[in-house]
Design a protein. Structure first.
Length: 238
């Protein structure tokens, strides 16, 4: 590919549809996607090593086939790689789940799969600089940004908890206690997933209104204090 810095360093063999070039692109797609997949697997996400490798290989393989069809048979547009994008979007969409705690899970993994397919397509097209740059950006986002997200989340005045009370009649006492602490309740929703469990389960949104709490208390400190209440069976931040 012209004007590709990495491709220029590697030589013409890496940018043409030669056997060494094709095998190199496939091997590189496996290597880069395996690194992303290992990062996901280490955090016990549903889409891990094999899924990311296969998605990246699909992107790379279809782009290679499209290049062949366009160069040798005069195909007007890269049809196969466009179909791969649609297929990846379907797979990644199915990885988004709603937990029993009213949480949406799998968004990062879903977008990661889509990005991994784009990395594969860039490799298949021989645009190595774009592929490596996107890979490094993906790796940084998935492995480093969660630390920053947690820091920002802990400093936020707004947070949401999963609350389990021993009895529904204890809810007024809980509300009164929370308000006495200087915390505003923005929303309370009963969770129907625990309807026949014998406990009352709610999703509760809080806003820290007290200046003292804003300055000195973290979310985990507030939740720890609420957990000590006799009628609270379980509470955790969502």
């Amino acid at each position: 590919m012209e004007n590709d810095w990495i491709g220029a360093l590697l030589g013409e063999w890496s940018t043409g549809l030669t056997l060494p070039g094709v095998l190199f692109r496939l091997a590189l797609s496996v290597t880069l996607s395996a690194i992303i997949g290992c990062e996901r697997s280490s955090k016990r996400h549903s889409a891990g090593l094999r899924t990311f490798i296969l998605v990246c290989l699909a992107g790379c393989g279809t782009m290679l086939m499209d290049q062949y069809l366009m160069l040798q048979l005069g195909a007007p547009v890269p049809i196969l790689s466009a179909a791969a994008v649609i297929g990846t979007a379907t797979i990644s969409g199915n990885s988004i789940l709603f937990s029993s705690k009213s949480q949406i899970k799998g968004l990062t993994t879903s977008v990661g799969l889509w990005c991994c397919a784009v990395v594969g397509m860039a490799l298949g097209a021989g645009v190595y600089t774009v592929a490596v740059g996107l890979f490094l950006a993906m790796l940084a986002c998935m492995s480093s940004l969660p630390v920053l997200e947690k820091h920002l989340k802990d400093r936020s005045n707004h947070f949401e908890v999963h609350l389990e009370l021993k009895n529904k009649s204890d809810l007024p006492d809980f509300v009164s206690t929370v308000r006495a602490l200087g915390i505003r309740i923005d929303d309370i929703e009963s969770n129907p997933a625990y309807l026949n469990s014998g406990i009352s389960v709610f999703s509760v949104s809080f806003t820290v209104a007290s200046k003292e709490l804003k300055q000195y208390k973290k979310h985990e400190d507030i939740i720890s204090a609420l957990r000590s209440l006799d009628y609270v069976y379980h509470i955790e931040e969502m």
